[in-house]
Structure formats: C-alpha cells, structure tokens
Design a protein around this ligand. Structure first.
Ligand SMILES: *Cc1c(COP(=O)(O)O)cnc(C)c1O
Length: 520
C-alpha cells in the first residue's frame, strides 16, 4: 500500500493509488449479519422506556450496522484521519492564517475553573475572567494603537458590521445624515463590501493601481461629503503594504470620513506597526487567525472591535471596567450601539488569545511577525521561477501568485489546489483576490519549518512540470481521496449528506444490496 501511494505521487495515475480502492467508506457497508461487538451495547431500561411518551417513541427498532468493535475503532479513526488540518499538513491558505495553535491554549481554555463559569454568576464571583478580559483588552490596545475595545463580536465579519454600526452612529450623532457611502478597494476581502451593504451603505469600489495599492487619484474622485467610511486592510490582500497610508488617512479625514481597518490578518505587523498610528479610527481583529485559535469549518471565533477615543461611547455594551483592583461590566452607555452578542462574547476564544499573547510576550509577538514575513518572502522569491507573480518586490505575511501561464495546457489554479492535496499539502486560497487571474494566495505563517517551505516549492515545481507533461493528471486530481470531484454548485445547492450520496457511484451501487431494507 505504501509503495503504491509513493508511485502515485511520482506518476499521478489514479489507478495506481491503492488508497482510492479502500473499501467500505461507510460503516453500513461493513455490515455483516451476525457480527457483534464484545463491548457494552446500551439498551434502554424499562424505566427509560416508560418515561418516553408513546407519541415520541420509535415504532421500529433503530438499525445499526453489524460490525465488530475492532472494525468500529478502525473505521472512525481512519475517517478522522482523512481530514486536512493544521496539525497534520502544511496549510498555506492565504488570508486565513492557518498557523499552529499551541496546545497550552487548549489546556487552559478547557480548565474547569473557566469552563465551569456561568454568565449569570455575580460579578464578584467572576473576577478572574473579568481581569483576563481587561488585560486582554490592554494587550490589544498595545498591539493596535487603539483606545478602547469591545470583545463581543464573534468573528471578523461581525466586527465589520459593528464598525459600520459605529460609523453610522458617529455621523448621525453629528447630524451628518448624508454620509451613506462606504469606499472599498477592489482588492478588499468580500466581507468588507458585504458588511457595508448589509448595514444599508452604498458601496463604492475603487480600482487598485499597477503596484497593487490603493489608487490615490481614484480615491480622491470617490471621496466626498457622502463618504461615511473607507474600509481597508493593510497589508492588503495582495500581501502588500499600503505605503501611502498616511496620505490616504489625511484625504479621508479632511473630508470628514472615518477609516476602518480590517485587521483580520495582523500577522505581519505585531510589535512593528500599529493601525492606530496609521490614522485608522476603528479596527477589528480576528483572534481566531492571528492569535491562534483553531478555526475553519464554522467553529466559534472572536472579532474584537477597537476604536479611537472619539468613538468609544458608541461601542457595544457591556464594556469591561476596572475600579482599583475590582473588575466589572458597564451596561450603562447611553450612546452605545447596544448589544451585539449574548453575554460577553466567545470567552473561550478570548482566553486562548490571552494565553497566546502572555506566553509570547511583546518580543515574542514581534518575532511572530518577523518570521511570518520572512517565510512569505522566502516562498515568494523561490517560486518566482515556477509561477507568475504579478506584484514583485517585498511582500508582507502573504503573496499572490498566478497560474495564468499554465492555462495553455488547460490547467487552472483550482487544478493546482486539488493536485497539492495528493502531495499532502492543503491548497492555497484560489481565485482571490479577484484582481489577479488564476490567483493562488499563499500564506505560510511563522510556524512552518524551512524544510516544509522547501518541500512546498519542490512540489509546486513538480506540478508545473506535470502541467505540461500530463495535464490530464492535474485535471482529474486529487487521485488519493474517496471523493475527488464533487459538482461544487450541486454540492452547495443540494447537499446530500446521507448514505444516498454514495449510492450514486457505480462501485457503491454494486454493494447497495448490503444495506437493502435499510431506509435512511
Ligand atoms: C477572514 C477575513 C475576514 C472575515 O473574518 P471571519 O472571522 O471569517 O468573519 C475579513 N477580512 C479578511 C481580510 C479576512 O482574511
């Protein structure tokens, strides 16, 4: 089996991949009548049966596959290993900061002294966690140069929405009701225009200049007394530092508009540069990206929003307060935009970020950014000969390559992303930002070894060679997984998450008799 897999890696032939023939993807396919586990099989006591009302009780017994305990363990353990994860694979997914998350964060966040807290406990009995919130806010203020933070928002996009609410509240408080436009660069993350539009702003998109930065002439044309806010990220989504930021902030402030900083990806700036010093009025941070909480797959996040002094009074309630050595929660802020999340935000994520920052300290955080930028530049330089890299020069924590030249072999960025899986590497972000054709957005992060980065370059070069020599191999990739090419539109519109999804496949249909009589 191992040999076969190695051969696939070399040659990229599906039929050589022993793993794809692995039988019995579903445990029901392992069903053989008469097989039993020797372990404990729960059956409801008569007492339990009595407690369930007839109307809710099963009419027929539940159907379980008949399998041995050994098969169950093997089956579920194997399934769990089919995942790609930060802990198992290189995961250079741009704009997502898939860095290694230190396990001590988990241990502390899962400690009963925290997990046992209840949000309705009186303040005197939760002084510890309130102090952590307070200190976390101090750290975030230090890193960003903002004056006050709300820890409530549950994600980056949620933070953006809060930012838009604050922008509206600020202009309305000045009776400046005409400001209903939000400007975004065309390289912006999709959530930026979406958040602005969702809150009723008109979105004005301005094109980037040939250097991939905000086009100042276009910005000057777009800004007016109708502008509520400019939403930007710096470094931008091309991984480039907006070196005209001081001019940009001046242009906006002179026109009475605010500047919102999308700080989802702070991995390049920690301890080096601060959005507050660049002139931004508001920011959200993605604690689940930069500050190391496992994310992806829709798990909980945290997108604290920080503001400059003039906007403090609009922040969501409650804010964490300190009087002497007592900590509390302040609900009584008449100009606040109100509550945006139940209780105090996603406390477990806040706790992880706090542990991460405390453990690294100021110097450690700065080293994170220096290493993240170094890794990205190392890859960018080494991949220049293999892929097209439209925006040259130094990058920050990520960069965007293009596989446009491989189009002549019919190979797309999506194909490359899928082929990388065969080599045990998660795909970079593909087709984003939209302004680069066949975009591959690569963010290595600071936690990868030089050996991993070197291997990534080697694999990319190999794939580029494959594009010419055997484009079919790329178009049909990945070859080493049970499912390789779901119809992406159909999978999103008509998700079939039950056994039936597999019955459509010929090799499964042949075995469907095994489960005949079982309805799902
Ligand atoms: C991830 C990301 C967001 C959105 O953050 P969520 O927590 O997924 O809502 C916004 N902007 C940028 C630049 C991002 O990378």
């Amino acid at each position: 089996m191992m040999e076969d897999k190695a051969a696939v890696r070399k040659e990229g032939k599906r039929e050589w991949c022993g793993m794809t023939d692995e039988p019995n993807i579903l445990i029901f396919e392992k069903n053989r009548s008469g097989k039993r586990t020797t372990g404990y099989v729960p059956s409801p006591s008569s007492e339990a049966k009595r407690l369930i009302p007839d109307s809710l009780a099963r009419k027929k017994d539940a159907i379980f596959p008949e399998v041995s305990e050994r098969e169950i363990v093997q089956h579920f353990l194997r399934l769990s290993q089919k995942n790609f994860s930060v802990d198992t694979h290189f995961y250079p997914l741009g704009s997502c900061t898939m860095k290694y998350n230190p396990k001590i964060n988990e241990e502390i966040a899962n400690h009963p002294s925290f997990t046992g807290l209840h949000p309705y406990q009186p303040e005197e009995s939760v002084q510890g966690i309130l102090r952590i919130f307070w200190e976390l806010e101090e750290w975030l203020k230090g890193v960003t140069g903002m004056d006050r933070f709300s820890l409530q928002p549950a994600a980056g996009a949620h933070g953006e929405l809060v930012g838009m609410m604050i922008a509206r509240a600020y202009h309305d408080s000045r009776r400046d009701f005409a400001r209903r436009q939000v400007i975004v660069p065309d390289s912006s993350h999709g959530t930026n225009p979406a958040s602005a539009a969702f809150y009723g702003f008109e979105v004005i998109t301005i094109p980037s200049d040939p250097r991939g930065r905000v086009n100042l002439a276009e910005l000057a044309k777009a800004v007016s007394e109708k502008t509520a806010c400019l939403m930007m990220t710096n470094p931008n989504t091309l991984g480039l530092f907006e070196d005209d930021i001081l001019k940009i902030q001046k242009m906006m402030h002179e026109k009475g508009a605010l500047l919102y900083y999308d700080g989802a990806n702070m991995n390049a700036l920690l301890g080096i540069a601060r959005p507050g010093d660049m002139g931004f009025d508001m920011i959200h941070l993605n604690l689940h990206k930069t500050f190391s909480t496992p994310h992806g797959g829709g798990g909980p996040g945290a997108g604290p929003v920080g503001v400059k002094k003039a906007l403090e009074k609009f922040l969501p309630v409650p804010l964490v307060t300190r009087k002497g050595d007592r900590y509390g929660l302040d609900d009584d802020l008449p100009d606040s935009i109100g509550r945006v999340k139940a209780f105090y935000g996603n406390a477990g994520i806040l706790l992880r970020a706090y542990v991460y920052m405390r453990r690294l300290g100021k110097e450690g955080l700065e080293q994170v950014s220096r290493d993240a930028v170094l890794s990205a530049n190392y890859l960018k330089k080494n991949l220049q000969s293999a892929l097209e890299i439209p925006h040259g020069g130094f990058c920050m924590h990520e960069f965007v390559a293009s596989s446009e030249p491989l189009k002549r072999f019919g190979v797309t960025a999506g194909n490359i992303g899928k082929r990388l899986l065969d080599y045990g590497i998660h795909a970079p972000t593909v087709y984003f930002p939209l302004i680069v054709k066949e975009a591959l957005m690569v963010e290595p992060t600071e936690t990868e070894s030089k050996e991993t980065l070197d291997r990534f370059c080697e694999v990319i070069r190999k794939i580029v060679r494959e594009s010419e020599a055997d484009p079919e191999c790329l178009k049909n990739a990945p070859h080493c997984f049970p499912v390789s090419h779901p119809d992406e539109v159909k999978a999103a519109r008509e998700p079939l998450l039950t056994y039936r999804a597999f019955l459509g496949r010929q090799d499964r249909r042949d075995r469907s008799d095994l489960v005949s009589g079982i309805s799902f």
